[in-house]
Design a binder for this molecule. Structure first.
Ligand code: ZN
Ligand code: ZN
Length: 313
């Protein structure tokens, strides 16, 4: 339970959530830990529900026995100009799981059934959890990177380790950038098919057609622009980033683009969860008991998680 941003989570006994019409009650089997959880915890995202149960990569069992996933997109109005044009990820009144709605760092959770996703049977509960945000947002970012052949991934954590596998499956070439000196992270990336891995302060051996920034570091935007070829795209995948420093127009010239990725649509979820077992995406996870949620978040903050952290109630 988050009482106030800036404070550690507190273990709490709360009344069982009661499903409203259209909602399902889920017994949580696993919940992934996402960098967005850190941004909420640190007060970098405005006006969270308080007190709040974090967590938006929930794998749970409904009362009728179905295994469902609850992603970040928890509710939309269905009527605004974005919802009615296939862009529910941009809905003005959207509500997000583990931010404005209680999430999955809990034994029980409720969710609007229309936004739940069936979990592919090929995956165990823990392995499936990171697919629900790291995988989904990563997949949307990859789609927005267009048909880039030479793909750079800045920040090789939960999302990038999944995107690398999908990108390789699609026949793309992957170049991974970690924190300078993170030899273990670079070896991890090469093990997942990256043909080159180095520090974010290094230049890749070849120009890139697109780069996806998973690290929430604005300074990387001009650096990444400097690595992409004419017509290339830099996709910022995070919900929060430190300020982007000013940079010479020359870096953007040549029809290069910088764009963000915001949230996800249910169509992204269905598409990605159908694709993941065909790749097949294998998630590298580190499992923590729910009571160690603070430790999992600290480890993520320090960059000491290889792949994705998952909480088990
Ligand atoms: Zn997330
Ligand atoms: Zn809407």
């Amino acid at each position: 339970m988050l009482d106030e941003p800036g404070r550690p989570l507190r273990q709490a006994e709360v009344p069982d959530p009661e499903p409203q019409p259209g909602q399902v009650l889920l017994r949580v089997r696993a919940c992934g830990v996402c960098r967005t959880d850190l941004h909420v915890l640190d007060g970098e995202l405005p006006e969270p529900k308080l007190p709040l149960i974090l967590g938006h990569q929930i794998v749970g069992i409904a009362e009728d026995g179905r295994r469902l996933g609850v992603p970040w997109l928890g509710w939309t109005d269905g009527t605004c100009r974005y919802c009615t044009t296939g862009r529910e990820n941009l809905c003005d009144r959207a509500l997000f799981t583990g931010y404005q709605l209680d999430g999955g760092y809990a034994e029980l959770a409720v969710a609007d059934e229309r936004y739940c996703l069936p979990i592919p049977e090929e995956y165990g509960d823990e392995e499936a959890a990171p697919l629900l945000c790291a995988g989904l947002i990563g997949y949307r970012s990859l789609r927005l990177a267009g048909d880039a052949d030479r793909l750079g991934l800045y920040g090789f954590g939960a999302s990038a380790h999944i995107v690398a596998q999908v990108a390789r499956h699609q026949g793309r070439r992957v170049f991974a950038f970690t924190k300078p000196g993170d030899a273990a992270g670079q070896a991890f990336a090469r093990g997942l098919g990256a043909e080159w891995a180095g520090g974010s302060d290094e230049r890749p051996p070849d120009e890139l057609d697109a780069a996806i920034l998973f690290a929430p570091v604005g300074e990387l935007v001009p650096i990444a622009l400097g690595t992409v070829a004419k017509g290339g795209t830099v996709v910022c995948a995070g919900i929060h980033m430190s300020d982007v420093p000013s940079f010479p127009y020359e870096l953007l010239w040549g029809e290069r683009q910088v764009r963000s990725v915001a949230n996800l649509t249910r169509a992204d979820g269905e598409e990605f969860l159908a694709l993941a077992p065909r790749v097949p995406v294998r998630t590298r996870i580190e499992v923590f008991p729910l009571a160690q949620a603070n430790e999992a978040l600290d480890r993520l903050r320090e960059g000491r998680i290889e792949g994705a952290a998952v909480l088990i109630p």
